[in-house]
Ligand binder design. Structure first.
Ligand code: WTA
Length: 631
């Protein structure tokens, strides 16, 4: 039986059982819903010890044929992308599947003219405008590997990402509109490119009409090139395991990890989960508020929805502009049916009171989704009461950049929802909990480290240029198992509740921030000797960052705090700024000199009674001092 659309709890149970008993049959059935140029020779070959994972080996396809061309006969005039600009007075754009086809082909032809070949890396540093989605698809059309860098990252962070994967072309814009701000993206790119030797061409979208500087021989406006380009482009035939994109995520050391996703498995899984988690139907208007610069935007604004022939809303702005009613105004204006956002946005909007949700007609909504961080009970209730009016199922979707698609979530209105629980694994996903000794916990009701025992089609295949790091980060903590970095609780019925990261990653406003690169940035300040960062609870952001900083000399003034945050903005981006900075005379360390972040985390969260034994530290006296000086 083909389980592409699961419509009852009973069918979910059956599909799940089959997917575990016979993964190859299960996924080859699902894969028949797509357009292949050549069928696969084997469904899955893998060995987690190397690790090597191949899905649909031998198959050939082009993902854009699946996301665009195959819809044209029936959906040529249907809106594929619905663009809502930052400024509510600027008209929305409805880009049909036929128009999307033509625009993607034009952009693909421009890239080809610029010498781009299959396998080349193209960096996209763009605001949330249609050109970003189009550029992604244009790369995929010709087999180039896109590397989208979130346009909130600084020049230094952008340069590091461009250099890591040796991108030859950057597609960017003169600037970006964001709420009442205008951001000069091109200036950031110019600064970054001083450090990037591999980039030979910069293609520029004119978004804000400013007179940005143009470097002759390198920079070119995109529109004139697009205007003369052909609206058809033969898709490059890709092998199932050819890389589709690189997306950087933070890690426990300074350098970001370029997660590599490949073509066939990623397509099948992102499309399958989109369909089932949201229970997508043909007439839905679907809106995911994430930025395409993160994995959520890749899988659930672009690829997953388009592979299903959906209408996907792309919003350029922010929830607070021109006022706190903007999200709800957009829901009303476009009669959005499926709405997917992050807990941090829900908490920020809940704080503004219910007048905003009441001002607009939200009756089009059918399903609500949450992603990016644990959703607390209060935020869940507010979302349910004021947005869903207690009649829309809420799906709490747990997943990661590395997983490519949603791994644990309820299916809207089909399987049971439990506030604060992501609930049950998708078909094909085999989660398990590990105890402190590294042994799998065999009983249901338990808490432990969340791992996945078996590959799924959209698991990242490697870290660009560093397979060893991929292996060490995800496959060495436990044998033959993917380690997620998250902790989780499981109830007696097998429902999962994610409790948060168990490593040095802090999720701030749903953004995945590694502490190491931020500490590296702080340590570059000439007055700073050492620093350690931890997360602490924040009522809107979920977590905020607390920095403990020791100085080489001089005084820890308010001005110095500002300088430190300015340095972080410059090296990484404003999203990584610290909420609290405490200057201390020392940091707690083990006898071997390792900073004990666990203790600092307890201090930052005011769990001073739970510090545990500190007598084995090299310098237990600093702990007392840090506690007494904490404001
Ligand atoms: C966290 C975002 C609880 C988790 C898709 C994970 C969540 C990290 C949830 C990945 C959720 C994501 N409930 N925690 N529903 N969704 N997380 O790579 O800690 O940006 O490991 O991917 O976000 O963040 P990333």
């Amino acid at each position: 039986m083909n389980h592409y659309h699961i419509t009852s709890e009973e069918q979910y149970r059956k599909a799940y059982k089959e997917s575990v008993k016979n993964p190859a049959d299960f996924w080859s059935d699902i894969a028949t819903n797509f357009k292949w140029r050549k069928k696969w020779d084997s469904v899955l070959e893998y060995d987690f010890s190397i690790p090597e994972i191949a899905w649909f080996k031998g198959a050939q396809l082009n993902i854009t044929e699946n996301c665009i061309d195959r819809h044209l006969p029936e959906r040529g005039t249907k809106t594929a992308l619905l663009f809502e600009p930052n400024n509510p007075n600027e008209p929305a754009q409805h880009i049909t599947y036929q128009e999307l086809h033509d625009k993607v082909c034009q952009m693909a032809n421009v890239l080809k003219q610029k010498g781009v070949k299959k396998g080349d890396r193209i960096c996209l540093y763009l605001p949330m405008i249609p050109e970003l989605a189009i550029a992604i698809l244009a790369c995929a059309r010709i087999g180039a590997i896109h590397s989208v860098v979130f346009a909130g990252f600084s020049a230094v962070a952008l340069a590091a990402r461009i250099n890591d994967s040796n991108c030859s072309i950057v597609i960017t814009s003169d600037g970006a509109f964001r709420g009442n701000k205008t951001i000069n993206l091109k200036e950031i790119v110019d600064k970054a490119l001083q450090e990037c030797k591999s980039v030979r061409t910069v293609l520029l979208v004119n978004r804000i009409n400013n007179n940005c500087s143009i470097t002759d021989g390198r920079d070119e406006w995109l529109q004139p090139l697009l205007d003369t380009a052909e609206t058809s482009c033969v898709p490059e035939i890709m092998n199932a395991e050819d890389p589709l994109f690189i997306l950087y995520t933070s890690g426990s050391t300074g350098t970001p990890k370029g997660m590599v996703h490949t073509t066939a498995g990623y397509m099948v899984y992102s499309a399958f989960t989109f369909k089932n988690v949201f229970q997508y139907e043909e007439d839905d208007v679907y809106w995911c508020t994430a930025d395409i610069g993160w994995i959520t935007g890749h899988s659930y604004i672009v690829y997953g929805p388009l592979a299903n022939g959906a209408t996907s809303v792309l919003f350029e702005g922010v929830p607070s502009y021109p006022d706190y009613g903007r999200f709800w105004e957009i829901v009303q204006k476009h009669a959005v049916t499926l709405f997917y956002t992050a807990p941090t946005a829900i908490r920020a909007l809940a704080k503004q009171g219910k007048e905003w949700t009441e001002k607009y007609n939200l009756s089009s909504l059918k399903t609500l989704g949450s992603v990016g961080e644990p959703i607390n009970e209060e935020a869940w209730e507010w979302y349910d009461d004021h947005v869903g009016k207690n009649r829309c199922p809420i799906v709490d979707t747990w997943w990661q950049t590395e997983t490519g698609g949603i791994l644990i979530s309820s299916l809207a209105g089909v399987t049971k929802q439990i506030p604060t629980f992501a609930t049950l694994p998708m078909p094909g996903i085999q989660p398990c909990l590990m105890d402190d000794n590294g042994t799998e916990i065999s009983f249901w009701k338990a808490e432990g480290r969340l791992c996945i025992k078996f590959p799924w089609p959209s698991i990242a295949r490697t870290i660009w240029g560093n397979h060893e790091r991929y292996k060490n980060t995800y496959f060495t903590a436990y044998t033959n198992t993917y380690f997620t970095g998250d902790g989780a609780l499981r109830d007696a019925d097998g429902n999962y509740r994610i409790t948060g990261r168990v490593d040095d990653v802090v999720i701030v406003s749903g953004h995945n921030l590694g502490t190491a690169p931020i500490e590296d940035a702080i340590n570059e300040h000439p007055m700073v000797a050492e620093s350690a960062l931890v997360g602490f609870p924040h009522d809107i952001k979920g977590n905020a960052l607390y920095g403990f900083v020791t100085l080489k000399g001089g005084e820890g003034t308010a001005a110095l705090k500002k300088e430190i945050n300015a340095l972080i903005s410059e090296k990484i981006g404003p999203i990584a700024k610290l909420d609290k900075i405490q200057f201390t005379s020392g940091l707690p360390k083990t006898r071997s000199g390792k900073i004990m972040r666990r203790i600092l985390r307890k201090i930052a969260t005011n769990e001073i009674d739970a510090l545990g034994d500190i007598s084995t530290l090299l310098n237990p006296e600093v702990v007392e001092q840090i506690i007494s000086e904490k404001k």
